[in-house]
Design a protein around this ligand. Sequence first.
Ligand code: SAM
Length: 420
Amino acid sequence: DSESQKLSLFYESGIYYFDDSNAVFVDPVRVLNRSYNGFRVSPSAYYPRFFESSIPKPISTVTSSPTKRKRKRKRIAKEPPSLNDRELIAVQRHQEARPLLLKGHECLLQSAELLEALSTLKNDSGCCKRECQGAQHSFIELRQEAPLLEVMLNLRLDAPEQVPNDLEDSPSVQCCEHIVLPAFNNLVANDTKVEAVAEILNNRYIIPRESCFYMSDLGQLRNLIPAHADSGFNLIMVDPPWENASAYQKSRYPTLPNRYFLSLPIKQLTHTNGALVCLWVTNREKLRSFVETELFPAWGVSFAANFYWLKVKANGSFICDLDFFHHRPYEVLVLGYSPGKVNSSGNHSSFKPLKDDHVIISIPGDYSRKPPIADLLLDYVPGLKPPRCIELFAREMMAGWVAWGNEPLHFQDSRYFVER
Ligand code: SAM
């Protein structure tokens, strides 16, 4: 029947489209796996959280059992009794998003087969060797201590030219080219049709086919500005290290004050045909209004829509109460268009209108790790296909993308993968 057909499509693509809805469910592991042939992202390494309950709980749109909720309420306040102007705007934004989120969630709750599949997403079925010895490198510290650090890139020269799936039939004797390159402030590219293995000190990193990374501090980002705008980017994904009060966050990666993001060279990175710019923001109202009134204008980006990422547990319930004031079970992706060059008739390219009605549902991975959702945006990306894509402040890589940040190899460490 149609539901099991949709489920098998989901197992292939990692995306489940609900009928008559702009809500989708995404399994990042399956989406990411499309970037690899000889390796797979390890589900148990991707999903360290939100699978705690092995006993299925009754599903409801409410987060947890009444007793648990009571306990939580003591710690996390719902809307404070008297609200200042900014808080009122935040409440209003939440009220606008709420029906959409509930509708999307309802779609998930009504898909019995998908719900059943959720509980198995963390299983490493059929996976072989997983490496996780030794410590993970902190590239932020390494850049200070060993600025001249090198990376050895092992490229497969016998990689099939066309269809990556042919790899399984290719000879087992591998013909490799080993290239030693500076690890920092340098564009390291895997131009082959299969993943490459990069070595830094004693750790291995899996580099997707046709992808590259540039590991540097913000100051060197300008080195990625193309000489000609027609080799600029059509899709620019940005997940800035916004300042955040949480001590836990502070121990994960350094943050930057908002003013640093005003000078990101979005205009200069934009392709002649324009770019779709996608910016992850937190629910803090101060930040939302900064983006709308200062940041997008400074970048020359016109606002197009808000998309919502709704976070659920393996049993389908929200990760926290939908109406907690300081902690919401969703994040917002703000989309806008960066105009390319004015064409010969004096016009900017015209961009496809976008609606605020997309809800992307997934089970969150590691702290602050965002789901890979580029597939859902492709219809709106200006220019020729396949689009040229760049992620700013990236911690992982994808086939066909340029990843920039001070730790773009973080989730490429072989400990997050299993070998086929
Ligand atoms: N999108 C990523 C993901 O899904 O895993 C998360 C990105 S995280 C919010 C922000 C990243 O920006 C962190 O990796 C952090 O180390 C990096 N960052 C912080 N300060 C930076 C700087 N000055 N230059 C470059 N990257 C920086």
